[in-house]
Design a protein around this ligand. Sequence first.
Ligand SMILES: C[S@@+](CC[C@H](N)C(=O)[O-])C[C@H]1O[C@@H](n2cnc3c(N)ncnc32)[C@H](O)[C@@H]1O
Length: 438
Amino acid sequence: MTSIETLAATISTEVGKLSDLLLELGSPTPTLEETGFGDFAHESDTPKGVALRETRSAILVAAQDLLQLVRGPTEHILCLAWSAADTANIDLITRLGIPQNVPLGSSISIEELSKVVRLPDALVARIVRYAIGIGIFVEEKPGYIGHSASSAALVQNPHLSNIVHFGTEFLGNILLKVPEAVVSKRDNPDHAPDAAFNIAYRTDESLFSLFQKNTDLNTKYHEYLAGRVNTPLWSVDRLRAAFPWSSKGDVTVIDVGGSSGHTVQYLASLMPTAKFIVQDSNKSALDMGRRAVEMSASDPSLRSRISFEEYDFFTPQPIEADIYIYRHILHDWNDADSVKILSSLLPALKPGAKILISEGIVPAPPAKRLNTLATKMIRIEDMFMLAAHNAHERSVMDFVSLFDKVSPAAFKLVGVTSGTEAGAFQSLLEFEYLGLPN
Ligand SMILES: C[S@@+](CC[C@H](N)C(=O)[O-])C[C@H]1O[C@@H](n2cnc3c(N)ncnc32)[C@H](O)[C@@H]1O
């Protein structure tokens, strides 16, 4: 049985390991002060980097259990029930651009800050003092707001800011409508909206068609997608060890639903003679990608090796390629639509072609307490999919069954690599096309 004493002992041992590792890696001691904005932001896959990740994870697991025990069940439930207040606060400070208006290395008076964000002093004081209570900003001198490590991270890392912005303003909003959507589907199945998103945005359209028309939301969505790949959990670097990219030579790789092409821009460095095509139905995401490739100073060959094409993945795939990547695509769609998406590949497939699915994988039961973001993210993402599209995340067997429905015995699951043990949200499922059975 877990006791507070054994948890405290685990934490003490693991914190000792963490301190030693930080010393060996020449990394600074973590601090809550402004200068700590970059702590742990950059993970490496060196043996010491992996040890650091495992030690941090052991501390988080034990510390979360210790917190839950010390709080007791009543306080634990109350903390969860009121966590929407934290989300609303971080949404508000992001929308108002408060972190960017607090100077790094000094402070700003609440009166000055209020003028900049055009709100009354008393309201701004309430907003920032709530934020200080959850570790964002500090008030070392009454009435003067400065940065903590977390608020400084929002300034120093625009990707983090973009993730938070879309993650609270859009995803936070639709998540709160999930209970209404689920109950209404149960009680009124013929007239219920498809997903929580439809309730929140008072529309019958799908999320993707609304985004096509709403420039502001669309930009935030694709900035959020690009932001995610710039955080350790979602980093495209994790793809490196998941597949033998560099041995593939002179091949054509298609990133289906590739948004602004952040995945192939990374893969191009691992496959110097390969050609890449980013296909997406969203024109502005493709334009965003074209601009990024045009401006890429690091590798001028990208301009000739990466192209962007508008394509609807429900229509027959027009290009015969060696490798097709579907990264965070099928989780947006229910099983019937996912089978249609994969079936539209059939006209272009040649035997030996690879279909790589890069997605979070739902772990096998029984479910457990999830005390780290790396392990909890799949459940969070599953709720995003429910809220946004009435869709869901899948287990490995769920993916195998989708391919079987596309064409029984035409695809082989070659292997599954990476995943949360390696500190990544996604696993890589490698399927090979064997040809249609006679
Ligand atoms: C969750 S995002 C994943 C983007 C990218 N693969 C990544 O990993 O960041 C889903 C992508 O599918 C695209 N999409 C949605 N419907 C599509 C369709 N019918 N045809 C092609 N792309 C589509 C969206 O525009 C978006 O870029």
